[in-house]
Design a protein. Structure first.
Length: 89
């Protein structure tokens, strides 16, 4: 299943074009939420900067998730080996 993104923009101050942004990424059972509490979205560059911020949050979360998965996988493998050695003794 392909990842699906949902973007919600909530106006904070319309005259200054300030809003909060919530982006939700769903990929199967994995749901990740990223937020920008307050962003000025008056120019194309400011809009791009906000999207870049969301992208940066996603990439950071993704790299952390991979590191955690690797760490847990290593611990599980080491633990299994250690416990199996008890059977030999």
């Amino acid at each position: 299943m392909a990842a699906v993104w949902q973007l919600t923009i909530t106006p904070i101050d319309v005259p200054t074009k300030t809003a909060s942004i919530t982006a939700v990424r769903t990929d199967g059972a994995d749901v990740w939420t990223f937020r920008i509490i307050s962003a000025i979205l008056a120019t194309p560059q400011q809009k791009q900067d906000a999207l870049d911020d969301i992208r940066s949050q996603f990439l950071k979360s993704e790299s952390v998730a991979v590191a955690v998965s690797d760490f847990v996988g290593d611990l599980e493998a080491d633990g299994k080996t250690a416990l199996e050695l008890l059977e030999v003794i």
